[in-house]
Design a protein around this ligand. Structure first.
Ligand code: HEC
Length: 255
């Protein structure tokens, strides 16, 4: 029994250690934030997802793609069918060749994947000093401690690089980015957008909201998955109780 308790303690210690502050590749320890979707009972906050979409739409989508998200899926972050149509039609993509074999552009539709701001990756890189803005669909999964990293990255710019960190022309100092010189200019500042729901758009709020939206983009099924998990646990609990009662009944006469 003592051995069992010891093992349990060691395991708990290991799990705890894995959750300890993580230094980013840029050197600074990441800023840790609680998220509405953390833990067994955690779920996305719908109002936050919608705000996060507004930040993506108004700011990030001017440089970044979001290739895995179809416009119609934006209903899950609270956009109405009409709003979705409007957002989709803001950009154009090449249509199928017409009867003369000529390709013309058409406005986006709800069934299209989110259309990027540039016609191709070369154009995207060329417009950004040679650095390609990565697709953001899976960014929260693609980076270690993704949500904390993206939040920290948004907050990690400093106007003046510290001594001994020369920053090349056209790059910016960010204490969380590997190598500290990033081609993306600072993105969030207070009141950058006016939130439709009246939430005060501080730098911190904008960063937290875009991180929530990007987490939804990478893991849209999280709410259903956790709901199902709880249901299964409940089911197993009831089943265990039933079997235990049954066992007692069967053995009652034997004792
Ligand atoms: C003006 C163009 C521009 C805008 C607007 C922009 N980005 Fe970027 N972003 C870039 C570029 C360029 C890179 C590549 C940086 C590099 O490799 O040095 C980048 C890289 C990134 C990365 C990856 C960093 C890494 O570890 O590789 C993330 C995450 C990111 N951007 C998030 C955002 C978010 C969130 C927004 C909106 C709030 C946003 N960006 C808006 C240009 C932009």
């Amino acid at each position: 029994m003592r051995k069992l308790i010891l093992t349990a303690l060691v395991a708990a210690g290991l799990i705890g250690a894995a959750g300890a502050a993580q230094a980013s590749e840029g050197g600074a320890p990441l800023i840790k934030m609680p998220h509405s979707w953390d833990g067994v009972f955690g779920r996305y906050n719908k109002a936050q997802l919608k705000r996060g979409f507004q930040v993506f739409h108004d700011v990030c989508s001017n440089c970044h793609t979001l290739r895995l998200v179809a416009y119609r899926n934006l209903s899950e972050v609270g956009l109405t069918p009409d709003e979705i149509k409007v957002v989709a039609a803001e950009r154009e993509i090449p249509d199928a060749p017409n009867d003369e074999g000529v390709v013309v552009n058409r406005p986006g539709r709800a069934s299209d994947k989110y259309i990027g701001p540039f016609p191709n990756e070369k154009a995207a890189a060329a417009a950004n000093g040679g650095a390609l803005p990565p697709d953001l669909s899976l960014i929260n999964k693609a980076r270690v401690s993704g949500p904390d990293y993206v939040y920290s990255l948004m907050m990690g710019y400093e106007d003046v690089a510290p001594e001994g960190h020369p920053i090349p022309e056209g790059k910016f100092y960010n204490k969380f980015f590997p190598g500290n010189a990033i081609s993306m200019p600072p993105q969030v500042m207070d009141d950058l957008v006016t939130y439709a729901d009246g939430t005060k758009a501080t730098k911190e709020q904008l960063s937290a909201d875009i991180v929530a939206f990007l987490n939804w983009a990478a893991e849209p099924e999280l709410d259903q998955r956790k709901g199902m998990g709880l249901y299964v646990m409940l089911f197993l609990g009831v089943l265990t109780a039933l079997f235990y009662a049954l066992k007692r009944q069967i053995w009652a006469d034997v004792h």
